[in-house]
Design a protein around this ligand. Sequence first.
Ligand code: SF4
Length: 200
Amino acid sequence: MDNHNDAGTELLNKVRHCTLCAEVLPLAPKPILQWHPAARILIAGQAPGRKAHDAGVPFADASGERLRQWLGLTAEQFYNPQLVAILPMGFCFPGTGKSGDLPPRPECAATWRQALLQPLKNLQLTIVIGQYAQAYHLPAAQSSVTHTVASWQDYWPDIIPLPHPSPRNNIWLKRNPWFTEQLLPKLQARVKQVLLRKME
Ligand code: SF4
């Protein structure tokens, strides 16, 4: 980051040292995010899973492999913070419940999200993954993930809602073939357009 982004570096350091939810998290706080004020694409996800927590890297799991495939991005592009910001709704692993990971800690978005979103002046595309990110980034949608994703043309071209890329959603993908056949090619073309666009 250049000197005009010193404030960004300071903010990122503050987030990385956050311990706000220490008493309720199952493991020690370990905020996992990727952020730079120059980012063009924002991935608004849920919360890191256990593998991402252990690796200290967002989407370092099967979900990440599928998400990169959906977006048509190489790992190098995906992990370039000047291209892609990865801000889950909760930055720390929230623990596991009976049917998968627990919801992201609500304190997280309330404390950090606006401050991190505000400097992203080059943002051209926001990928909204799953119900918690939908509730924040598409509050007017007020419907199921499936309905919101099926209505993707309502948000085009600045926001694209997606289901979670987890292998747990394989049945959803089978039940909704339009997602793979219609939305994914459009999504990949849109990402490519953002990558190719020269920044002023
Ligand atoms: S989940 Fe967010 S608010 Fe809670 S400790 Fe981690 S970084 Fe802080």
